[in-house]
Write a protein that binds this ligand. Sequence first.
Ligand code: HEM
Length: 242
Amino acid sequence: MGVSTSSAKSVSPLAAWLFSSIGKKTVVAVTGIFLVLFVCGHLLGNLTFFLGPDIINSYAKHLRDLGPFLWVIRAGLLAILVLHIFFTVSLWKENHAARPEKYVVKNHVKATIFSRTMRLSGLIVFAFVIFHILHYTARTIDPAFQHYETDLHGEMVHNVYKMMVVGFSVPWVSAIYIVSLGLLAFHLSHGIASLFQTLGLSNKQLRPRFEFAGRALAWLLFLGFTSIPVAVLLGVGREALK
Ligand code: HEM
């Protein structure tokens, strides 16, 4: 699909499949699975916040200790995100070119608020990830974060716990997180069920179950992540500010 006869001769079968509608959808679904797995793992790591400064600081130290391997993971994650966005945009363009405007309204009858807002939620989550990396990984939004250090069993390590408490003590920062996490939940509410559909693992009977499971996971992630800024705004970790 979309490959002319003359160019098809010079394109390998894999590339032809990759740029067919089903190929693009499969890449979006498979990269989506990896991104969901990352988000679940990241939440589990972040929840160590509630176990106190030593636990989360030691968790962050172990991640940093991965050294060059951490950069391999980061590069892999970035490549997955880029592929997910690139092929999604490519599918949108394809759908837009193929679908006359009058059918758009008809399609919305079956659509939910979650499926209709995929572009907007995806775009805002992407902007959030950039903000979030500048905030907590590059630490350029508040450069003071770079100097937060603490003693962990005789070794000076980065004080991630204090950075989170100071970061979320600013109400507008917490508000950005909570709204963005809500939009991430919107995105996943539709995305998780649809990736099972794309990969051919769903059918008419299973679809409602995948939809329910997808939404349940999406909103559990929302509750888990937002519990941290909400707890900080309610005073958890205040002693780290002294
Ligand atoms: C309240 C919610 C969240 C908190 C408290 C949080 C916390 C953190 C912290 C502390 C770091 C820096 C780790 C370090 O460098 O030591 C980080 C990195 C990161 N977070 Fe989050 N995160 C949250 C939500 C999210 C979400 C929802 C996503 C994805 C959609 C995400 C994606 C990332 C990415 C990609 C990195 C960079 C990882 C790296 O390069 O090392 N985070 N997060």
